[in-house]
Design a protein around this ligand. Structure first.
Ligand code: HEC
Length: 193
């Protein structure tokens, strides 16, 4: 950013805080860009802080900023409620008023059952692929509800893919990058409701 851009940005920010509806068309774009940038950074910072204790990430060869943004999404939007079973370690259930301790031993290894459906293991397979999916397959699964490895016409029935699949491609990539970094685990040996 050169000096004149910086001044423009400062002016746009000042205009936005003083009179949000009075900004000219060009200034609006600048404000949007500045907000988007700070949102991304604060999400990444928060995401880095909230990786559950005991979940040791393998950051080698990963895009770290994406990993942290993915952590932000996975650890704040409820993925772990279904894909980690039980979600909390004994004595660490915040719903019982206990100090929170996420079940790192089974983190994202699946196992929560909903009638005939079981939340699958989303940890990386031997090839480092979360849930055995390439990044494009992962995005496709969440966008369409159909995992291309499943029989034709089969649609995820419990997974809130219609909501999750509306995220930006970058957000879905971020989730994928984070899942690539978490420890690889076998499928949860004790599935249950
Ligand atoms: C309400 C529980 C629930 C929540 C919340 C949830 N999932 Fe799922 N998810 C499931 C279940 C159950 C399945 C598989 C069975 C089905 O839906 O029919 C699944 C399937 C998936 C699959 C497909 C994997 C495969 O092997 O086919 C992916 C990817 C996935 N979830 C990612 C996520 C992510 C990322 C989040 C958080 C943004 C999330 N899920 C939140 C329950 C959940």
């Amino acid at each position: 950013m050169n000096a004149s851009h910086r001044i423009c940005l400062a002016l746009a920010l000042a205009a936005a805080s003083a009179a949000p509806y009075a900004a000219g068309p060009g200034q609006e774009a600048d404000v949007d860009a500045a907000t988007a940038l700070s949102d991304t950074n604060s999400r990444a910072m928060r995401g880095r802080e909230i990786v559950p204790p005991g979940v040791i990430l393998n950051l080698k060869g990963k895009q770290r900023n994406l990993v942290w943004q993915g952590s932000y999404i996975v650890n704040t939007t409820g993925c772990i409620d279904c894909h980690t079973h039980p979600t909390y370690s004994p004595g660490g259930d915040p719903f019982q008023g206990q100090p929170e301790r996420v079940n790192a031993e089974q983190y994202m290894s699946g196992g929560r059952q909903f009638g005939p459906f079981t939340a699958p293991n989303l940890t990386p397979d031997n090839a480092g692929r979360p849930a055995g999916l390439t990044r494009e397959e992962f995005v496709q699964t969440l966008r369409t509800g159909h995992n291309p490895h499943d029989p034709a016409g089969q649609i995820l029935q419990v997974m809130p893919w219609p909501a999750v699949g509306k995220m930006t491609t970058r957000d879905l990539y971020a989730i994928y990058e984070y899942l690539r970094a978490i420890p690889s685990l076998p499928d949860n040996p004790n599935p249950g409701p």
